[in-house]
Design a binder for this molecule. Structure first.
Ligand SMILES: [Zn+2]
Length: 80
């Protein structure tokens, strides 16, 4: 019977180089890392969306001196 390449204990799992306990540890660590990466990506998307929102100028003026308008979003309605 082979030994686990991670903990060096006897490996009863014929399908892996590492034992079941180490396989669980590795899987849990990978799942946590994936979750952290997903949260980081979601945070980056949120930050980007906030930057875009912050760049929107809301005004009732017809002209804006010294400001280059890159896109008109049209008439917005406010409801309370
Ligand atoms: Zn092990």
């Amino acid at each position: 019977m082979a030994e686990c390449k991670k903990c060096r204990k006897r490996n009863w799992n014929p399908f892996e180089d590492i034992c079941s306990d180490c396989l669980i540890d590795v899987t849990v660590a990978k799942t946590k890392a994936d979750g952290a990466a997903e949260r980081e990506l979601a945070q980056q998307e949120t930050d980007l969306a906030q930057q875009e929102l912050d760049a929107i100028l809301v005004t009732t003026a017809y002209t804006l001196q010294g400001i280059e308008v890159t896109k008109y979003l049209g008439v917005l309605g406010c409801y309370r």
